[in-house]
Design a protein around this ligand. Structure first.
Ligand SMILES: Cc1cc2nc3c(=O)[nH]c(=O)nc-3n(C[C@H](O)[C@H](O)[C@H](O)COP(=O)(O)OP(=O)(O)OC[C@H]3O[C@@H](n4cnc5c(N)ncnc54)[C@H](O)[C@@H]3O)c2cc1C
Length: 384
């Protein structure tokens, strides 16, 4: 059935302006410490001290109930904080998965014991979570997950392998999608989600380097890893529905269109110093225009999430268009600078550009590839 997208006209609430200023003042104390290269990689960079400082301000898990340490602020206020962090390339890697996905999942589907155990730690910026979905033979085709959790006395025994697990080597916890029944041929049936420590016996973590030469993601092997019964999140066999419900949180936020924003800002500073022309003005103007539209769409989704809706279709549109904009920016910079070398690090602009050029190919893979996202949109439009 044809379902037109719904992007309600929502504006970030008035009192968020004061919050924005407060976040900017906080960031002024930190941002001089980061090199342009580090700012270019901020979305993934793990800095525990920074996350703890952010936690102390009440800006992690900020929409969650006060009884777990949250401040019960709105999704729109959270949006403001995330925008400000990404705009300056702040190192959000130690808390962004837990703040965006793991915490909301535990809040929604977890037991009261799980909430009390994990949420306060996340809110203080002390708990880094990783996501155990992808496997060597289950990436886009996530339903063919093979890593198993087999029932034993008092718990479960895990065997198998996950891959591309971001920051697994730095994480305290993982939330993994595991097969608790049947085989990969059973697809969506028999998958369950579990939360457990990354320090358990039988877990081996092997780092994988990317183009930057750094190792952010990993291969994680589980050999007879024992976890207690209370590691199960939500319903046994209900893992697929739970994972897909998380997607609106993963795909719609500013982190899906602002990864390259520090580069755009640096480009404007550069052009202000070196002089512009009509062609340059037009190119930069076009990028800002895209950013403004994406922002409005993303704010609208934050408003829908606030209302308890699950705007997965709209989130897919933001991810698709946002990824395109993020990936295109290094090309725009190169065309304006009139140079071919993306790896030149002689100025702040070229240094950020080097970092973003080397990571941009991943933007359309993480959180679901471009083709998969477009498949979801096609389904939503009734074309499939
Ligand atoms: C920076 C980064 C961080 C990541 N972090 C995590 C993480 O923390 N945890 C985690 O679990 N995973 C993570 N991933 C993995 C990511 O989710 C997968 O890479 C992604 O889902 C694609 O899976 P794959 O690599 O197996 O590619 P494949 O699924 O093998 O796809 C290869 C190509 O085929 C295309 N393709 C596949 N199926 C179809 C189809 N049905 N129709 C059309 N085209 C298709 C894809 O679009 C892609 O271009 C991360 C990836 C990146 C790049």
């Amino acid at each position: 059935m044809f379902q037109p997208y719904r992007f309600a006209d929502i504006e970030v609430v008035e009192d968020a302006a004061a919050l924005r200023l407060e976040v900017r003042e906080f960031l002024d104390e930190w941002k001089y410490m980061w090199t342009p290269w580090e700012r270019g990689l901020g979305w993934n960079r793990h800095d525990r001290k920074f996350s703890e400082a952010l936690g102390a301000k009440g800006w992690i898990g900020m929409c969650w109930p006060k009884k777990y340490g949250g401040t019960e602020r709105s999704m729109l206020e959270r949006h403001v904080v995330i925008e400000e962090l990404l705009a300056v390339g702040a190192p959000v890697g130690a808390h962004w998965v837990s703040d965006r996905q793991s915490g909301p999942l535990i809040l929604k589907a977890g037991t009261e014991t799980q909430r009390q155990k994990y949420l306060p730690e996340i809110i203080r910026g002390e708990a880094c979570f990783c996501i155990g979905l992808s496997e060597p033979d289950a990436g886009s085709d996530l339903a063919s997950v093979r890593t198993r959790a087999d029932k034993v006395d008092g718990g479960w025994l895990i065997n198998g392998r996950k891959i591309w697990t971001t920051n697994a080597h730095l994480s305290e916890y993982i939330i993994a999608l595991l097969r608790t029944e049947g085989t990969a041929a059973d697809r969506h049936k028999g998958l369950s989600q579990f939360v457990f420590s990354m320090n358990l016996p039988g877990i081996t973590i092997r780092k994988i380097k990317d183009l930057t030469g750094l190792a952010h993601f990993n291969e994680v092997t589980f050999d007879d890893v024992f976890i207690d019964d209370d590691a199960l999140i939500g319903t046994l066999g209900g893992g697929w529905a739970q994972v897909t419900a998380e997607l609106a949180f993963e795909r719609s936020g500013p982190d899906r269109y602002m990864t390259s924003f520090p580069l755009l800002e640096e480009l404007v500073e550069h052009v202000n110093k070196t002089g512009s022309d009509r062609m340059i003005d037009r190119q930069i103007g076009a990028e800002f225009a895209k950013m403004a539209v994406l922002r409005q769409m993303s704010v609208s989704i934050a408003g829908m999430l606030q209302e308890g809706l699950l705007p997965n279709q709209e989130a897919a549109v933001v991810k698709d268009l946002g990824t395109d904009a993020e990936q295109r920016l290094p090309e725009v910079v190169r065309s304006i600078l009139g140079q071919n070398s993306p790896l030149d690090k002689s100025t702040s602009l070229t240094e950020i550009n080097a970092a973003i050029t080397q990571t941009a190919p991943t933007f359309s893979l993480r959180g679901g590839t471009r083709e998969i996202i477009r498949g979801i949109m096609a389904k939503g439009l009734g074309l499939r």
